[in-house]
Each structure stands twice: as C-alpha cells, then as structure tokens.
Design a protein around this ligand. Structure first.
Ligand SMILES: [Ca+2]
Ligand SMILES: [Ca+2]
Length: 91
C-alpha cells in the first residue's frame, strides 16, 4: 500500500477548493458573520460597542478621524450597525 495514492486526491481537492473559493466572491452572509466576529473580538469589555481605544487595538491603522467618520451619531462609540453602514457606503 503506497501512501502516495491517498495523498493525490487530497492535494487535488485542496487545489480545486482553493481555485473555486478564489473565483467566487464572498457571500453577504459570510462577510456579515466575519464582521461580527471581528467586532466581538475587538470589543474587549463586551458592551456591544467599540471605543476608539478598542478599535485601534484591533486595527492599528485606524485614525481618530476615521473613527469619527464611522461614528455617525458621534457618541464616541462604534456599534456593529455603524460599521456595517460604513462598509456598505464603501468604507
Ligand atoms: Ca466595548
Ligand atoms: Ca456611535
């Protein structure tokens, strides 16, 4: 029995899966779930909103100006809804 015989189909499957995933755009559901996961990971105190410090800890490239742009109600916190709106607007 040669292990190689089993390796080939596995390698082919991985290659085909990689090609297909590269060709297909992510679905809205996948993107929304990914965003929620990242939001929850960044929300250090789990209060459902991000302070500037929490947002910058998750994304060191985020400037205070960007934060204020996304914070559409200017309460000093980013909610998931505000982030989704910013992404839908092209941000
Ligand atoms: Ca928080
Ligand atoms: Ca806000």
């Amino acid at each position: 029995m040669k292990p190689f015989r089993y390796l080939v189909p596995i390698v082919m499957f991985v290659l085909v899966a990689a090609v297909f995933s590269g060709c297909q755009p992510p679905t809205v559901a996948t993107t929304a779930a990914d965003l929620r996961d990242r939001f929850e990971a960044a929300d250090a105190d789990s209060d459902g909103q991000l302070t500037l410090a929490e947002a910058q800890a998750a994304n060191a490239n985020l400037t205070e100006a960007n934060f204020n742009t996304i914070d559409t109600n200017a309460d000093g916190f980013l909610t998931l809804a505000e982030l989704e709106a910013a992404i839908e607007a092209g941000g």
